[in-house]
Design a protein around this ligand. Sequence first.
Ligand SMILES: [Zn+2]
Ligand SMILES: [Zn+2]
Length: 306
Amino acid sequence: MGSVVVSVDAELGWGFVDFESPPEDRVESARSGWRTLCRLFEAYDVPATWAVVGHLFHESCDGRHPDHPAGPAWFAPERDLWGDRPDLTCGPELIERVRKSGPDHEIGCHTYSHVLFGDDGTTSEVAAAELSRCRALADEWGIDLTSFVFPRNEVGHREQLAEHGFEAYRGSRPVPRRSLPEKLKTVAFGTGAPPIVTPAVDDHGLVNVPASLFLYSFEGIALRATKPVVGDPVVELVERGLDAAAEGDGVLHLWLHPNNLVGAPQVRRIEAVLRAIDARREEVPVETMAEVAARTRGEPRTVATD
Ligand SMILES: [Zn+2]
Ligand SMILES: [Zn+2]
């Protein structure tokens, strides 16, 4: 019997800290999307892994970060563009909302300030600084961070994750071999299903729980525009993924950002996804990344090499 995991990249403005002009609709939907997600997870009793940007634990911040090795430029939007918008850079009450929620959510980590771990310019000193700040802040809240989600899913500095006590991360979505990009699209969004992933212990002792499907991909939108189908094609993909998970013993790992909920159609999509998950929960139980990691360590299967 397989399972389904939903992970949430919870970041407010930080997801766009390196954008020259952050997309306003996404940025302005971050808080409302967060609360809507909490409400919907409660309505369908679905626990998720919330990978939270550590800076959101702060009540307030002057944006200076003199001791952070990423340097002052990284934090420039916090001081300038969002200088009068602490609601985009801090959010302890939102974390509290998740913590007090009905379903037993996991609170995980999405770096401290959305530094890209896969970027060549990101030194281990910077990665370590990001992780140790998150750990210290979460400790104050009595939260033990176990799972990690890489910004933009760019994997890097896994040895630092292991050193800072993390146990699991969301790896890249597996890409079938010998497939051209066009063919991939057909596999993912035509008649196929999203990949059912096999969590595995990597060479750092971390459990990689790869992504199966980003719920708000551009491909999904493109398909909707070009192929009139009844219902939402992404929900259809999730249904097929649940079928596949029920038949095998892997994980259907779905993910999204609260700021993807920019309007009613996007809210309808996640609600339909959660309804589908709820309807199939006897055959396909819902797990958090931490639960998958614990289970995988208990019964190690294959060892990932990448
Ligand atoms: Zn700050
Ligand atoms: Zn992110």
